[in-house]
Design a protein around this ligand. Structure first.
Ligand code: CMC
Length: 428
């Protein structure tokens, strides 16, 4: 007999099936619970709730394991490229050489944005945050491709996937160029995905721009590390938006907004601002770590802690090493990296962090390396979005390919007033 959990309420028993994943994770399947018992479950923040079954990314937070489609993140970071990983996440298998060439060609063909879309930037203030601009411009892509928005038409969805992957680096670079008042370059399709982005960010029409291969390789690896992370806040947002049958651009735009917050992708910017503040204010690592224990959202140790990892985030380990290597290869030292390493050492031996199993997460060292690579601080989270684009798309597609998928619509336990009579305004 298949395993089940037994629930007893008001003397009545309900048997709930146990679902087992390929990595032996177990869940109680409550899909029929309300129909049978009238009860719902309550789990604010979804700390115990699986929202779907997924074959894309496996994460074991206790052991610090992360795999895309079964492949360890360490091996992909070492030997793959971002567009190859995007193919793996979206299509499910590693591509052959011919498949990869066709995939890269398809994405590359779409790097340019519509001339009228470029005009949109002029409407944004120079100080606009890149995440606001990117979210708005991605939403605006829906206005340029009305004939390709049907979320259940594979050919139309494919066109949107190539457009998103192709155009997002351009959109990100333009959000920076606009902020500093420099002209927008057109993409150069002779360059690789990341080299093209670097040129759009840092090139000008006045001079040739040759991307530094050390910088390009490091950035490509960072995109791989950010490419997916199962049902995190922004990915869940993308799936939920998609469940209403909103088009892919609209769903991803919602995901970009969700990623922006400091508890999620926005933490990479917060970390570097925190390290700079520690440096400017002359605080010691110990003093700052003490402040971070204050149970006050404004004084948390940014880049530490994770809903799922109760161990070292494997991405943070790779990024820490990469930050050290890249700085060495570029021949620069980083005061921020020194402060970060010191904070990590102090926090990891502090009872407060040990007890709560708080370790560095992906954002703790990523800002340091982005900064070393020349990325401006306000654009850090847009870099995260550029990497996560592949995962968002893969997860959105997986949702749409699920037979009988339903709109995401959680329920609630109402705690407001019970029925009462309306009182006209003059009688109140
Ligand atoms: N500094 C100090 N205390 C912390 C921190 C931190 N960074 N993170 C968690 N805690 C404490 C928290 O106060 C709570 O203590 P207590 O049990 O005494 O009330 C306990 O640890 C558990 O924290 P939580 O907030 O209930 O955990 P959560 O799973 O709801 O939140 C988190 C996870 C990532 C939002 C949180 O750890 C955090 O705010 N970290 C800092 C922001 C950050 O680095 N975010 C990036 C997350 S990883 C990449 C990404 O998703 O983008």
């Amino acid at each position: 007999m298949d395993p089940y959990a037994r629930l007893e309420v008001d003397g009545k028993q309900y048997e709930l099936p146990i679902v087992v994943g390929t990595e032996q994770e177990r869940a109680i399947d409550i899909t029929k619970l309300r129909g049978q018992s009238g009860l719902i479950t309550l789990d604010p923040g979804y700390k115990n709730t699986g929202s779907c079954e997924s074959a894309i990314t496996f994460l074991n937070g206790e052991q610090g394991i992360l795999r895309y489609r079964g492949y360890p993140i360490e091996e992909l970071a070492e030997g793959s490229s971002y567009l190859e990983v995007a193919y793996l996440l979206i299509r499910g298998e590693l591509p052959t050489r011919t498949q990869l060439d066709a995939w890269v060609e398809g994405v590359r063909y779409h790097t340019m944005v519509h001339e009228d879309l470029r005009q949109l930037y002029a409407a944004f203030p120079k100080a606009a945050h890149p995440m606001a601009t990117c979210s708005a411009v991605v939403a605006a892509l829906s206005t340029f491709y009305p004939e390709d928005l049907n979320p259940v038409d594979p050919a139309q969805v494919h066109a949107s996937i190539e457009r998103l992957l192709g155009k997002f680096p351009t959109i990100t670079a333009y959000s920076y160029k606009h902020s500093i008042g420099q002209p927008f370059l057109y993409p150069s399709n002779r360059l690789s995905y990341v080299e093209n982005f670097l040129r759009l960010m840092f090139g000008t029409p006045c001079e040739d721009y040759e991307p530094d291969p050390v910088v390009a390789r490091a950035l490509d690896m960072l995109l791989i590390l950010h490419a997916d992370h199962e049902q995190n806040c922004s990915t869940s947002t993308v799936r939920i938006a998609g469940s209403s049958r909103a088009n892919l651009f609209a769903s991803i735009s919602a995901g970009i907004s969700a990623l922006w917050g400091p508890r999620h992708g926005g933490a990479n910017q917060q970390v570097v601002e925190m390290l700079e503040a520690i440096d400017h204010e002359g605080l010691t690592g110990k003093q700052f770590v003490e402040q971070a224990k204050a149970h006050d959202d404004t004084s948390r140790l940014n880049g530490f802690g994770h809903r799922v990892y109760k161990n070292y985030d494997p991405r943070a380990r790779i990024i820490k090493q990469a930050a050290t290597d890249v700085l060495e290869r570029l021949g620069v030292t980083s005061r921020l990296l020194e402060i970060a390493v010191d904070l990590e050492r102090i926090a990891l031996s502090d009872e407060y962090f040990i007890e709560r199993k708080l370790y560095p997460n992906v954002d703790f060292y990523s800002g340091v390396i982005f900064k070393a690579l020349g990325i401006p601080t306000p654009s850090f989270t847009a870099m995260f979005a550029m990497g996560r684009m592949a995962g968002w798309i893969a997860q959105w597609l997986e949702y749409h390919q699920e037979p009988g998928n339903a709109i995401s619509r959680p329920r609630q336990i109402y705690t407001g007033p019970t029925e009462r009579r309306f009182v006209p305004i003059d009688e109140r």
